[in-house]
Design a protein around this ligand. Structure first.
Ligand code: FES
Length: 354
């Protein structure tokens, strides 16, 4: 396999903004950041002070030379690293201990054209965009952007339902009475409309699959999990150069009424192509035609949680996050990781992803 000319390094800042830079083999992350005009925290640049200490979420690298005072062996073993010394051996995702403003950067602005407004049901609309320059848009599956509602000065946050390598960018929007984006999508939106968004943002993104995973979606919280599944379908859930999915991934999708259920066919398509991927759904409405009535917690037991050897990814409204937390604790199980994104669909709260 030929050596790539550059690795992609995602710099995830404390305020949730992510910037992507190219880093050539042998080049330090600090040098690549400097070339991209991103001022990650640096002092000695020599592996002596520890100022640049960051956390590597995924990928492999050569840690370089440094002294124990800058980075202890225990820290290095648990994933901490020094960008002033490290050189990537694969694409990386780094958590940087600074805000994007402190690093003199900000979320990127993207412009696009609406290509489809698809009414999946009376309450859920799919929005698809064609980027003016797709090459400038990088994101991690699970992340969101802030979209300016056309014709207004209002912004709403939506997670990508599309995968990072797909040409089109797509989103799921729950229709709410009086919502700015809801009004646009149901009354005015037409293919050809111009639209702008900033991002990507958020720390809710797929990490390398090193154990079984449980995906939990509440309503349009399905969107970021679809993006993750698209990545897994491409065999890219384990980090660069690793084998296709080797751990089971189970998705539970909970909605309020039958009308909220969307993309079951998409999930079935993913189940056919992702080894080890299974899913189920439930509907809270007692009058539902669904086999499972109630909440996702009714479908979570010790077996679903693999006795705790599981990474949970949950995107849903705050009561769902709290209910799942309590339910898992009541089972006496502590999951290896619990990644979650809350959103408040009724208010279309800015800054919350769905
Ligand atoms: Fe001092 Fe990296 S800047 S250790």
């Amino acid at each position: 396999m030929s050596t790539p000319t550059a690795f992609q390094v995602a710099l995830s800042f404390e305020d949730g903004i992510t910037r992507f830079i190219d880093c050539r083999p042998g080049e330090t992350v600090a040098d690549a950041s400097y070339k991209a005009r991103i001022n990650i925290p640096l002092d000695c640049r020599d592996g002596a002070c520890g100022t640049c200490k960051s956390y590597c979420e995924s990928g492999s690298y050569d840690g370089g030379d440094y002294i124990e005072e800058a980075l202890t062996d225990d820290e290095a073993a648990s994933g901490y690293c020094l960008p002033c010394q490290m050189t990537p051996l694969s694409d990386l995702v780094l958590r940087v201990p600074a805000t994007s403003a402190a690093a003199r950067t900000s979320a990127a602005v993207h412009t696009a054209t609406v290509t489809a407004v698809e009414r999946h049901s009376g309450r859920v609309v799919g929005l698809t965009l064609d980027l003016d320059d797709r090459r400038t848009l990088d994101f991690l599956p699970g992340q969101y952007v802030n979209i300016t509602v056309p014709g207004t000065d209002q912004h709403r946050s939506y997670s990508f339902s599309s995968g990072p390598n797909q040409r089109a960018a797509s989103f799921l929007v729950r229709i709410v009475d009086g919502g700015a984006m809801s009004g646009y999508l149901t009354e005015r939106a037409r293919p050809g409309d111009r639209i702008e968004f900033t991002g990507p943002m958020g720390t809710f993104y797929l990490r390398p699959l090193t154990r079984p995973a449980l995906f939990l979606a509440g309503g349009t919280g399905l969107a970021p999990l679809l993006s993750m599944l698209e990545k897994l379908a491409q065999g890219q859930g384990q980090g660069q150069g690793q084998a296709p999915v080797a751990h089971p991934v189970h998705l539970l999708y909970g909605v309020t009424t039958d009308e909220d259920l969307v993309h079951l066919d998409t999930l079935a398509d993913y189940a056919a192509v992702i080894p080890g991927f299974t899913f189920d759904h439930c509907v809270a409405d007692p009058a539902s035609r669904a086999r499972n009535k109630g909440f996702v917690t009714g479908l979570i037991d010790a077996e679903t949680l693999h006795g705790g050897d599981v990474d949970i990814y949950l995107c849903g409204p705050p009561p769902m996050v709290d209910a799942v937390r309590s339910h898992v604790a009541a089972l006496g199980i502590a999951p290896a990781a619990f990644h979650y994104e809350r959103f408040a669909p009724a208010k279309e709260t800015a800054g919350a992803a769905r």
